[in-house]
Design a protein around this ligand. Sequence first.
Ligand code: NAP
Length: 331
Amino acid sequence: MRALYYEEYGDVDVLKLGETRNPDMSDDEVLIRVRAASLNPFDWKLRNGMLRDFFEMDFPITPGRDGCGEIVELGKNVDGMRLEQGQLVSFILSELQHGSMAEFVGVSGNDNVVPAADNLSIQGSAAIPLTGLSAWNAMVDTAQTQAGMRVLIHGGSGGVGSVAIQIAHHFGADIYATCHSANVERVEKLGAHAISYDLEDFTSAVSDCDVVLDTVGGQVHEDSYKVLKKGGRLVYLLARPFNDLSADYDVEDIQVTVFGNTANLVKVIDFARKGIIKPHIGHSLGLDDFDKAFELSESGNAGGKIVLNLDTQAIARPADDTKTTRAPGSL
Ligand SMILES: NC(=O)c1ccc[n+]([C@@H]2O[C@H](COP(=O)([O-])OP(=O)(O)OC[C@H]3O[C@@H](n4cnc5c(N)ncnc54)[C@H](OP(=O)(O)O)[C@@H]3O)[C@@H](O)[C@H]2O)c1
């Protein structure tokens, strides 16, 4: 099959588009013909070797943690009441099991695959699993966001941050979100008071927060202690390293873990189906534009989710959530 892959850690030059072996499928997996794969920061962090001490991988590695495609085959241990051949699904792969940037991928069928939302485009359905689960685990399971809470979300224009705002908005929180000044309008439309991190210091713009979601790390994390109430929660997705000062400020520092979880993935897709969560696709590219896609993601300011398309014209779907920067190409 055609796939994106790399055989050594390194910069974007190690990526190759070519023929690889079709995935070996276990009885617990479904084989999916991928129509669109989403690109997450994890993909380039793994590729450039930053995560080599955490995840022991065999080469070649095909990147891609999530996507959208049709089920080609169901393993015999997969719940046939929930999934069926030919169905269009959104799926997520674990940190150790990659490969959505390929024609076919085998995915654990009982916990990582959910029927796609009818109202989403293929690109939206591909973009939502990892960012949606990360935001859900952060804002619902970990932060237990409720009406009236004051919440600060860093990276409110990013993949995770923009979904986190929409979830917190649904639960009635008073939301502040940091983003570049170029993205203020979009972030405010999602339901947050935007704080332009390039123009103002967020510690002067907000205080007494019940919860901060940190998707940035480093100094942003350390400054975030200052805007929390005593007993507040600094919920974070590991981005850049930081010093844990939670005891000095009498707040909780809680890392969010993201793993395949059908119950939460079903809730995320259901929120998308109801229009509560709308993914924002910044760049919809063909798989052959992989180098441009990775460079955009690594810039840290991609301006929305990046999706790589594989023969998406073969399926008729709504195109509501896609701002196409290049006509989706096939392999
Ligand atoms: N399992 C996990 O722990 C897990 C899971 C998911 C994600 N993550 C991590 O979470 C991070 C975010 O992921 P993502 O998918 O949301 O990435 P993304 O879509 O690339 O978004 C990153 C966002 O960060 C914003 N940003 C950059 N510098 C900032 C600053 N100083 N203050 C506030 N915002 C700033 C950018 O906003 P502008 O464009 O407006 O500049 C951009 O929208 C990544 O590091 C990723 O690896 C971890």
